[in-house]
Design a binder for this molecule. Structure first.
Ligand code: LMG
Ligand code: NDP
Ligand code: PMR
Length: 396
């Protein structure tokens, strides 16, 4: 399915019009160097590409190993490298904020903080001491597909190229007895953590594809608790997507079940299931698009950041005991600052270019490629989650 022309960057649309009825051919701008682009950071040339992504079903069969037409500078080309543009969802607190701060402080990144609460995000950035010229806040409510589409349109309007997308935002309802729903009627945890991000990433991968930046990445934050090959992943309730019957039904009671596997609502399980979807989605992106586009797709477990807002809905006793428990007993605790550095590494470290990887860190804070559980690395399940999700968000 072709992407809506109305949502394309205007520069790209203009180019497309000039080449109607045919795939975009090799760009005449091949010779444009990055230094020339950087003179007009928001100029149209950064959007030039030889082709648009084929986002249709069965893309793998059609994927040819072509060389991207945009002339990308090498990462060593420091003198002329423009600032990278990175979108971070849920950058108003916790891991997202710490990552935004770390990246902004390098002076090499312009951080687009994509947040549901505009004022909270502005205040958080200010309180974190982020310099005005290194970030913008843009409104994004992942609990509404309309909002996701509006965000993408507004971002494209800004004329900025997109170099890295970080899908970080999440909600967790461990004590909820009843489900809550997104604007589109999906159970909230999977609706926000997975489906909202799925639509966002599916739309913006097109923008990543046409960026001229030497490093282009799409990162989806995962977690240990979705991986049943770990101790933490075996604390009940365990993640399990089953045969996806609840997801197929649209995750609401009217059509059957609010849980992906068709079971009774359980907020803690819904969160863990959503993280499995996040990790499967990253791998499916990798299989469908990495070879064709050169984009790096990655996920990660940043460590147990036991102090963040993620646990705001948990009982007070849990919130009190969980940080010392993780610090002194499991030793899995990391501070928000440390976790932010880890995610920032996945965004910008030139050595973390491998695609399809789920990164973790050892006790000495060195990164390594971690193994996902059987379910979280099942290619058949990933394909099915992808296809069902496309239908739910209106892309198929
Ligand atoms: C459930 O809550 C929810 O009910 C359910 O709806 C769902 O949300 C689910 O997974 C999500 O959670 C269960 C949770 C809530 O209880 C726990 O599982 C406890 C985990 C929290 C861990 C607290 C341990 C406290 C240990 C104190 C550590 C202090 C360290 C200080 C060290 C200082 C050294 C200088 O229930 C609660 O949160 C209530 C918690 C009550 C805890 C009672 C104390 C139990 C102590 C035993 C814990 C030992 C754990 C053994 C770990 C072995 C490690 C290998
Ligand atoms: P926080 O609650 O601190 O941050 C979550 C962010 O998501 C907040 O900025 C929140 O906005 C935002 N958000 C929530 N709902 C929406 C929505 N509908 N639209 C847009 N943004 C939304 O939690 P963490 O920093 O801990 O979580 C960040 C990521 O890290 C998550 O993906 C989580 O799964 C993952 N993670 C966390 C671990 C931990 O131990 N904390 C461990 C492993 C992974 P607002 O500020 O307005 O509430
Ligand atoms: Mg878990 C090595 C042990 C380890 C690690 C790294 C985590 C991470 N946890 C571990 C062990 C245990 N936890 C043990 C032994 C218990 C029983 C006492 C335990 C309990 C527990 C609870 C109740 N842990 C939790 C909860 C939550 O509500 C959190 C959760 O599941 O959120 C979905 C959580 C977490 N433990 C972690 C991490 C990273 C979380 C939180 C968040 C996440 O995965 O995103």
């Amino acid at each position: 399915m072709a992407l809506q022309a109305s949502l394309l960057p205007s520069a790209l649309s203009a180019l497309k019009e000039g080449k109607a009825n045919g795939a975009l051919k090799e760009s005449a701008f091949l010779g444009v160097s990055l230094s020339e682009n950087s003179k007009s950071e928001f100029g149209s040339s950064v959007f030039i590409s030889n082709k648009r992504l084929n986002l249709s079903v069965g893309i793998r069969a059609q994927t040819a190993a072509t060389t991207p037409a945009v002339n990308r500078a090498s990462p060593d080309d420091k003198k002329t490298l423009r600032k990278g543009n990175v979108i971070v969802t849920g950058a108003s607190s916790g891991l997202g904020l710490a990552t935004a701060k770390t990246l902004a402080e390098t002076g090499k990144w312009n951080v687009i903080m994509a947040c549901r609460d505009f004022l909270k995000a502005e205040r958080a950035a200010k309180a974190a001491g982020m310099a005005r010229e290194n970030y913008q806040v843009m409104h994004l409510d992942l609990a509404s597909l309309d909002s996701v589409r509006q965000f993408v349109a507004a971002f494209r309007q800004s004329g900025r190229p997109l170099d890295v997308l970080v899908c970080n935002a999440a909600v967790y309802f461990p004590t909820a007895k009843e489900p809550t729903y997104t604007a589109d009627g999906f159970e909230m945890s999977v609706g926000v953590n997975h489906l909202g991000h799925f639509l966002l990433a599916r739309l913006l991968v097109e923008d990543l594809n046409v960026s001229d930046y030497p490093l282009r990445r799409l990162i989806i934050v995962g977690s240990i608790t979705g991986n049943t090959n770990t101790l933490a992943g075996n604390i009940p309730p365990k993640a399990n997507l089953g045969d996806l019957r609840g997801l197929v039904g649209g995750l609401n009671e009217l059509s059957g079940s609010t849980m992906i596997d068709g079971g009774e609502f359980d907020g803690a399980k819904a969160y863990k299931d959503s993280k499995v979807c996040n990790m499967l989605t990253m791998q499916e992106f990798h299989r469908r698009f990495h070879e064709e586009t050169g984009i790096t797709f990655a996920s990660l477990y940043p460590g147990c950041i036991a102090t963040t807002g993620l646990f705001r809905e948990h009982i007070p006793l849990f919130r009190l005991l969980f940080p010392p428990f993780q610090k002194y007993i499991t030793k899995g605790f990391v501070s928000e600052e440390e976790a932010g550095k880890r995610l920032a590494q996945v965004v910008s470290d030139p050595s973390l270019t491998k695609s399809g990887v789920y990164w973790s860190w050892n006790n000495y804070s060195a990164s390594f490629e971690n193994q996902l559980s059987e379910e979280a690395s099942d290619p058949e399940k990933a394909k099915k989650v992808w296809e069902v999700s496309e239908k739910l968000v209106g892309l198929a």
